[in-house]
Write a protein that binds this ligand. Structure first.
Ligand SMILES: NC(=O)c1ccc[n+]([C@@H]2O[C@H](COP(=O)([O-])OP(=O)(O)OC[C@H]3O[C@@H](n4cnc5c(N)ncnc54)[C@H](O)[C@@H]3O)[C@@H](O)[C@H]2O)c1
Ligand SMILES: O=C(O)C[C@H](O)C(=O)O
Ligand SMILES: [Mn+2]
Length: 547
């Protein structure tokens, strides 16, 4: 069926705007539908960046870029390529948090997402067919928005995190943007503000739980497997009570991973490997305190546990290195309301003289004397000066990662951590942080955000046609990024910079893909993984439409 000119101009995967050549304008009936001048992609990119730069707030910048995204994907990704460090915090965390909070007010386009409603379970398959409109889908990012970053339940608004994560996949690893599908599970919301907002666009009722919820998840998994048998399924920002349960249910059956659990686990391990290289210490000598033992906190703990075992410790020995602190304080075997994930890492009260007093972070730090402290608690400012000074009094190079997102929820600011520890802390943060100048040294701050890992991980899985995602692949991914630090440079970051995101995403993809082949978990015959990765890599260039 021949496309009419409007079908082309209104399709962001086909549209080139003013870059349609004279010949193309003739061939597709576009004569007179565009201004006369034929621009190159370079010229379009310069013009669009000028317009972007005239916006004064981050949210306005994001809205402008989304406009480009909605109209012309090639131009959008060309801009991402040219300005990745500048654009990451705009299209992704932290500005994506503002767009989620204001989704209803800002709505102009569904952005090719699939909206799965708990009230219309029979429509799941049709929805998954309709949204991509016949495109060959290889990657799905799905959220149910119950735990959007650290901001809690944002109902249908959370679709923006699925869209944002996918943008990073293409910008970082080069997945073809026409092969991705963002999905939101609209199971209702317990966010009172949204329920009372006349503009709210999702299902206006409380979150459905239990059987109906799990039935919808199951229908989604079955239908996506049927329609897109080669797709990788990436779970994002589910609530604490569902995230691990869903992963455990499906990880041995389909090609899938949970980003908050596993993506976060491997980026933190990579950062700690970098820190160990700088401090010349061993992971197996560390005492690790995790503050906020939820989805991410327990995911990180399990990844570090796995690494300790790979480095020779028994499971039992390895577990002794972890101290989980949640709302109840340090977690003991008799603590009430432990989650299944927490139960594996609890301590016995006999290990501490004052175990009854260890009900807050400060007391726990005094008693545990951690050498590494990770924040995934959603509690802003929880890493207070007194706590950090106490920690630094017992260890030469304290490793401190305040990871809660977005900016307003971080447990500490990098600058304060450097100052309070007199430059000794090895710091990484969840959102981008500017370098810190302190006593003549410039401290670069690594960004321990799963965005450094999941694009390479996912792309390696897809390019190698993996049938499963397993611990070996995760470990290999982490080691591919971990420890690339310049130990000669005072103030070096524990992780490589976002400026090199595309470079190291490629390396991670190759390493993960090789692991898939080594384990014979590939669906299709592949002899050369580098070739397979490079052949699948999409580039932001105009090509013939071949219509
Ligand atoms: N940097 C990254 O790559 C990255 C990745 C994933 C999550 N995160 C961030 O980590 C945070 C947690 O995310 P999650 O998905 O694990 O959420 P979650 O709800 O599963 O976990 C949060 C945990 O913190 C605990 N908590 C709440 N208040 C506390 C308090 N006062 N003291 C101690 N613990 C407390 C909760 O009980 C829960 O166990 C979020 O802010 C998220 O943005 C960052
Ligand atoms: O989205 C992010 O920035 C990282 C992470 O997945 C989170 O939930 O905070
Ligand atoms: Mn997340």
């Amino acid at each position: 069926m021949a496309l009419n000119p409007q079908d082309i101009l209104n399709n962001p995967f086909l549209n080139k705007g003013t870059a349609f050549t004279k010949e193309e304008r003739q061939a597709y009936g576009l004569q007179g539908t565009l201004p006369a001048k034929v621009q190159t992609l370079d010229e379009q990119a310069v013009q669009a960046y000028g317009q972007y730069s005239s916006k004064t707030t981050d949210l306005e910048k994001r809205i402008f870029l989304m406009n480009v995204f909605n109209t012309n994907r090639t131009l959008f990704y060309r801009l991402m390529e040219d300005h990745v460090v500048e654009f990451m915090p705009i299209v992704y965390d932290p500005t994506v948090a503002d767009s989620i909070e204001q989704y209803n007010e800002l709505f102009v386009s569904p952005q090719d997402a699939a909206f799965l409603s708990v009230d219309e379970p029979e429509d799941v398959e049709a929805t998954l067919k309709n949204a991509p409109g016949g495109r060959d889908i290889r990657l799905i990012v799905v959220t149910d928005s119950e735990g959007i970053l650290g901001m809690g339940d944002w109902g249908v608004n959370g679709v923006d995190i699925a869209i944002g994560k996918l943008m990073v996949y293409t910008a970082a690893a080069g997945i073809n943007p026409s092969m991705v599908l963002p999905v939101v599970i609209d199971a209702g919301t317990n966010n009172e503000k949204l329920l009372h907002d006349p503009l709210y666009l999702g299902n206006r009722h409380e979150r459905v739980r239990g059987e109906r919820y799990y039935d919808l998840i199951d229908r989604f998994v079955q239908a996506s497997g049927k329609l897109f048998p080669e797709a990788l399924l990436h779970w994002e920002d589910f609530g604490r009570s569902n995230a691990a349960t869903i992963l455990e249910k499906y990880q041995d059956k389909i090609t899938t991973f949970n980003d908050d659990i596993q993506g976060t686990g491997i980026v933190v391990l990579a950062g700690i490997l970098g820190a160990m290289k700088i401090s010349k210490e061993k992971l197996t000598d560390q005492r690790i305190l995790i503050f906020g033992a939820g989805t991410a906190g327990v995911g990180i703990t399990n990844q570090l546990l796995d690494e300790m075992k790979r480095q020779g410790l028994s499971e039992e020995e390895a577990r002794k290195h972890f101290f989980l602190v949640d709302k109840q304080g340090l977690l003991f075997n008799d603590t009430e309301e432990l989650t299944p994930g927490q139960k594996a890492f609890v301590h016995d009260r006999s290990e501490f003289e004052n175990s009854n007093e260890l009900t807050n972070l400060e007391a726990a730090v005094k008693a545990v004397q951690p050498t590494i402290m990770i924040g995934t608690s959603t509690q802003p400012g929880a890493f207070k000066e007194t706590i950090i000074k106490e920690m630094a009094a017992h260890t030469e190079r304290p490793v401190i990662f305040p990871l809660s997102n977005p900016t307003k929820l971080a447990e500490a600011k990098a600058e304060d951590l450097i100052k309070w520890t007199d430059g000794k802390a090895l710091v990484a943060t969840g959102i981008p942080a500017a370098p810190v100048d302190y006593k003549g040294v410039t401290y670069e701050i690594g960004q321990a955000n799963n965005a450094l890992m999941y694009p390479g991980l996912g792309f390696g899985i897809i390019a190698s046609t993996a049938t499963r995602v397993n611990g070996e692949m995760l470990s290999q991914a982490s080691h591919a990024l971990g420890g690339i630090v310049d130990t000669e440079q005072p103030g070096a970051a524990v992780l490589p910079p976002v400026a090199k995101l595309t470079e190291f995403s490629q390396t991670i993809a190759e390493v993960v893909g090789q692991s898939v082949l080594d384990q014979k978990l590939n669906r299709e015959e592949i002899s050369d993984i580098k070739k397979a990765v490079s052949e699948m890599k999409w580039e932001a260039k105009y090509t013939d439409l071949n219509l």
